[in-house]
Write a protein that binds this ligand. Structure first.
Ligand code: HSE
Length: 293
């Protein structure tokens, strides 16, 4: 049996639309066990226990890439990554399936080949890169090949993670975006995106605060998160460094280096939004890993 463990991820980090993403210390575990025939999926909602399951589809894509097959497969899922909330649940499913298939047959694919297959399935590399490699990843496409370079994340950065009780579909969140931007807007965005990556590595709160002000997607997407302005104001009152939409939402994340600030904010969030799932997370350098059991 193969067990794959994949971290949650937070893409965009505000100003890095489709190119920045980091791994968080919340994980999905997926076990793959060969059975005599057919498909068994355990640990998912019933609606996902069928051949459309993303982990299974990625597993099949992995098998196809290495020209192998199995007689049947049992997939057992144990995940702390919420579905369709902007914390990389689809990237985690894809990486788990591909890595599971690869590990079954002693890893004929290297990590960059898995990265490429995963990006094909996901459509963009910003979640799959940190899900696979860990840390803060800057990624970009060259033709149909994703490239990635990894930055560190200062250890004392705390990620107050605010998960609403509703989903936002990535497809819908992409449809609300404009299709063009001016040179002036691109310059605004490029400077901030580049500075933000280095500032997160250094833990430079001043630059994180200034750089993490997105112009490219948050102003269009905030309508999909009715509490967006309220949450931003609340986080500002607690002197957080910055607050952004994680991936395409609905989760918002607020950063601090002060545990006291984080705890005070969490207390107020739990009071104001009792049905939301509020978590205090940190970045992790642990990308996806597997073990043979
Ligand atoms: N970069 C992606 C987006 C992340 O914002 O649409 C969600 O998959």
């Amino acid at each position: 049996m193969i067990k794959v463990k994949v971290p949650a991820t937070s893409a965009n980090l505000g100003v890095g639309y489709d190119c920045l993403g980091l791994a968080l210390n919340e994980f999905a575990s997926v076990e793959f066990e060969e059975i005599e025939q057919g498909l068994e999926i355990i640990g998912c909602e019933k609606a996902y226990c069928n051949e459309d399951n993303l982990i299974y589809r990625a597993f099949l894509k992995g098998l196809e890439a290495i020209h192998k097959s199995v007689s049947g497969i049992r997939i057992t899922v144990d995940t702390k990554i919420p579905y369709a909330r902007g914390l990389g649940s689809s990237a985690a499913c894809i990486i788990a399936g591909l890595m599971g298939a690869n590990a079954f047959f002693h890893n004929p694919l290297n990590k960059y080949e898995i990265f490429k297959l995963a990006t094909q399935m996901e459509g963009h590399p910003d979640n799959v890169a940190p899900a696979l490699f860990g840390g803060l990843c800057v990624s970009f496409m060259e033709d149909d090949t994703p490239n990635m370079i990894r930055f560190g994340v200062k250890r004392d950065l705390l990620f107050v993670t605010m998960i609403p009780n509703y989903e936002v579909s990535t497809q819908k969140a992409r449809e609300v975006l404009p299709t063009t931007m001016t040179y002036k807007e691109a310059i605004y965005q490029m400077g901030r995106c580049t500075a933000l990556a280095k500032a997160i590595e250094l833990g430079n709160a001043l630059i994180i605060r200034k750089a993490c002000k997105d112009f490219m997607q948050e102003p269009y997407r905030k309508v999909l998160i009715p509490q967006y302005d309220e949450i931003k104001a609340l986080c500002n009152n607690h002197d957080m460094i910055t607050t952004y939409i994680s991936g395409s939402g609905s989760t918002m994340i607020s950063l601090t280096q002060d545990e006291g600030n984080a705890q005070a904010l969490i207390k107020e969030l739990k009071r104001n939004y009792p049905t939301w799932d509020i978590r205090l997370l940190q970045a992790t350098y642990d990308g996806a890993k597997y073990e043979v059991k």
